[in-house]
Design a protein around this ligand. Structure first.
Ligand code: PLP
Length: 390
């Protein structure tokens, strides 16, 4: 199997797994049971992990909260901010190309009375910053925009957005799920108020995530989503998932700029080979600033479903993993002005440090053959080649 679905999830690093194992076997004490030695040991492991993550982001450990992943963090922020700030204003700004977790939560608060503005993007998926500036009004309580798109890899101008929100006095929440581990971030110099990510996107374990909440002179108020025990300063009840927390921190320490460079070279090599060997295909957001590992390719008149069936030993994706079950056309591609039909002809290949040039060399002829075969039996492709349609 050639695994090129790293934006969906990644293989766990061996060092990460090794760091976690003791907390699943002998060191299983509850991290809140600090009355005894076993609890104190795991409590220390949780706090050391928090400090490691805070150091990576250049923030205070008190600003780091553990969650089960980005979906929970996104739900906590959108619902929890709306519930606390609705008397101040009821307007939230986001973008149609955000992850389903953001869109679904915006729809949920809309039912409670929130007004949601979706900032448009152009054909490359680039955000209209002027439209964002115009959309902010005195009712706006939250701007919610991702750093990198999971389907195309396009990077939003996070610095400009953060500065704009700071100037306008509006909270800015950044879903950094796809960029952590692939694109550096420095929260000491970026005025982002809230940020989240999931460890499984950068070779950590699944089911663990981080929510960063900036400590301000006037604290950011969030109504907790999960209530129960007073863990995480009352923001998130429930017994600490010590092994996964330790794993998330270990995965952060394994991030390196060198491997990112290697991933980018491999992705670029793959794209050049695809463009040179297959006619009528193009790369989405090619001219925009993109993540170094992502390649979403449009193969004219080749259905992504058919292509993926023809590549049984390749793990790639036609859209976001969480939407695969619905068979709905991608809302991201729709927002980028692709027709439903065009959207159905796009396949995402996402690389990681575990991929190799040998894999790409094996893969290119497989894709080439599959595309040729699908087109050879396609009446639409024939009509296109005869100049009857575009
Ligand atoms: N946000 C983005 C941009 C994502 O890519 C994902 C996962 O694919 C999520 C949020 C949700 O992450 P999780 O499924 O780990 O909760």
């Amino acid at each position: 199997m050639i695994y090129l679905d790293n934006n969906a999830t990644t293989r766990i690093d061996t060092e990460v797994l090794e760091a976690m194992l003791p907390y699943l076997e002998e060191d299983y004490g509850n991290a809140s049971s600090i009355q005894h030695k076993m609890g104190r040991k795991t409590h220390l492991a949780v706090e050391e992990s928090r400090a490691t993550i805070a150091k990576y982001l250049k923030v205070d450990p008190k600003e780091i909260y553990f969650t089960s992943g980005s979906t929970e963090a996104i739900t906590t922020v959108i619902q929890g901010i709306y519930d606390r700030y609705r008397s101040k204003g009821n307007h939230i700004i986001t973008c149609a190309t955000e992850h389903k977790a953001v869109l679904a939560n915006c729809e949920a608060v809309e039912k409670k009375g929130a007004k949601i503005t979706y900032i448009p993007v152009n054909q490359e998926g680039e955000l209209d910053l002027e439209a964002l500036e115009k959309a902010i009004n005195k009712e706006t309580i939250l701007v919610c925009l991702m750093s990198a798109n999971n389907e195309t890899g396009i990077l939003h101008p996070i610095r400009d957005i953060a500065i704009l929100c700071q100037e306008k006095g509006v909270l800015f929440f950044c879903d950094a799920t796809q960029s952590i581990g692939k694109h550096s971030i420095d929260l000491a110099s970026l005025p982002i108020d809230l940020l989240c990510f999931s460890a499984h996107k950068f070779h950590g374990p699944k089911g663990i995530g981080v929510l960063y909440v900036r400590r301000k002179s006037r604290p950011i108020q969030i109504e907790p989503l999960i209530i129960g025990g007073k863990q995480e300063n009352g923001l998130r009840g429930g017994t600490y998932n010590t092994a996964s927390i330790v794993g998330a921190a270990k995965a952060i320490t394994c991030i390196s700029d060198d491997t990112q460079e290697k991933v980018q070279k491999l992705r670029d090599y793959f794209e050049q080979r695809i463009l040179n060997s297959i006619e009528d295909c193009s790369i989405l957001s090619y001219r925009a600033e993109r993540l170094n590992n992502t390649s979403n390719i449009f193969f004219k008149y080749v259905s992504s479903a058919e292509l993926m069936v023809s590549l049984p030993d390749v793990a790639c994706s036609s859209g976001s993993a969480c939407m695969t079950a619905t068979h709905a056309p991608s809302s991201v591609l729709k927002a980028m002005h692709l027709s439903v039909e065009e959207g159905r002809c796009c396949v995402r290949f996402s690389f990681s440090k575990y991929n190799s040039k040998e894999e790409v060399d094996m893969l290119i002829p497989q894709i080439e053959n599959a595309v040729c075969q699908i087109r050879a039996s396609s009446p639409i492709w024939k009509m296109y080649k005869e100049g009857l349609i575009h």
